[in-house]
Write a protein that binds this ligand. Structure first.
Ligand code: PEP
Ligand code: MN
Length: 337
């Protein structure tokens, strides 16, 4: 971290600042020229409050050299992290497809959809029992009963399951769920992040609706700092100025996250566009862009879905998309041989 001082900074102000930083265990390397005076900070600056220093009378600018995320940072962990979800690997060349309904609705709906997803080649079953809806009047999910139905579908198909937990109080129901999903709206629910950080269970961390890459990785850092390093990032579309689609899928997040972090990143084309006809092109763009997997909403009867029907694929559409995804992945491997 580099602190650029104002030319008007007094010796007293500079000494006060230096003592304060030294008390935090940092070493200060000052450098003074005719037109500048800077302080270089050496040591762990992750707990230094950049904005507080920047607000001082004597300071003109504070520049971070290192990213504030440490455990999620590729610099300190060059190898790809491979996350194991009930035997299914994600990351480091392992590609996983999570598929299933937005929300669990009936035993028939979950079982029928789960079987179709498995037959098409999905490796993890998704389904929401606790739903974060924009309106309090919309279907809020089946709750614990929904998780029981997912467990039944897991027994029938052998697919591990991923489901969203919205609140710490719900964690008691997730013992048999293989992966905890933290939804976009909860990406900065820091108490929830810390709590799942204490568990020995993989976490799917969705990107917040308008979160920067750094905010997203700092959310991962919250989980990792409590001990749980089994995290898969999920880009699900961000809020932009474009009203034609529900969100905008940020494909740039794939290479950028691979550069910044060792954590796997998967893409959710369903919530990105909010339209089933966009799921195919966005899935293929994600595979081409190097994603470690996909999360796709599939419903046995999308027209009757209680949540996110317009973006759900029918089983036959998902089956043909899986063929294309596999063909594209094979072609990419062949091309780089
Ligand atoms: C979901 O996966 O159904 C969901 C609510 O996702 P998001 O948090 O990305 O909106
Ligand atoms: Mn959904």
């Amino acid at each position: 971290m580099i602190i650029t001082l104002k030319s008007t900074a007094t010796e007293q102000e500079i000494n006060d600042l230096r003592s304060k930083l030294e008390a935090q265990g940092l070493t200060i390397h000052p450098s003074q020229g005719t037109h500048y005076h800077i302080l270089g900070l050496i040591g762990d600056t992750s707990s230094v409050d950049l904005r507080q220093i920047e607000s001082l009378n004597s300071v003109s600018k504070v520049t971070r050299i290192q990213e504030p995320f440490k455990k999620a940072n590729r610099k300190f962990h060059p190898d790809d992290t491979v996350v194991n979800v009930g035997g299914v690997l994600i990351g480091g060349g392992h590609f996983a497809v999570m598929a299933g309904p937005c929300s669990v609705e009936t035993p028939e709906q979950v079982l029928e959809t789960a079987k179709a997803c498995k037959a098409a080649g999905a490796t993890i079953l998704r389904g929401g029992a606790f739903k974060p809806r924009t309106s309090p009047y919309s279907f809020q999910g089946m709750g614990p009963e929904g998780l029981e139905l997912l467990e039944l579908a897991k027994k029938e198909t052998g697919l591990p399951i991923v489901s969203e937990v919205m609140d710490i109080s719900q964690l008691q129901y997730f013992d048999n769920v293989d992966m905890l999903q933290i939804g976009a709206r909860n990406m900065q629910n820091f108490n929830l992040l810390k709590e799942v950080g204490k568990l020995n269970k993989p976490v799917l961390l969705k990107r917040g609706l308008s979160a920067t890459y750094e905010e997203w990785l700092m959310a991962a850092e919250y989980i990792m700092s409590e001990g749980n390093e089994q995290i898969v990032l999920c880009e699900r579309g961000i809020r932009t100025f474009e009203p034609k689609t529900r969100n905008t899928l940020d494909v740039t997040a794939i290479p950028m996250m691979h550069e910044l972090s060792h954590l796997p990143i998967i893409m959710d084309p369903s919530h990105a566009a909010g339209m089933s006809r966009m799921v195919r092109p966005l899935s293929l763009a994600s595979v081409g862009g190097g994603a470690d997997g996909l999360m796709i909403e599939v419903h046995n009867d999308p027209a009757k879905a209680l949540c996110d029907g317009p973006q759900a694929l029918r089983p036959d559409q998902f089956t043909s998309l899986m063929k294309e995804i596999n063909a594209l992945r094979t072609a990419l491997v062949e091309a780089t041989k």
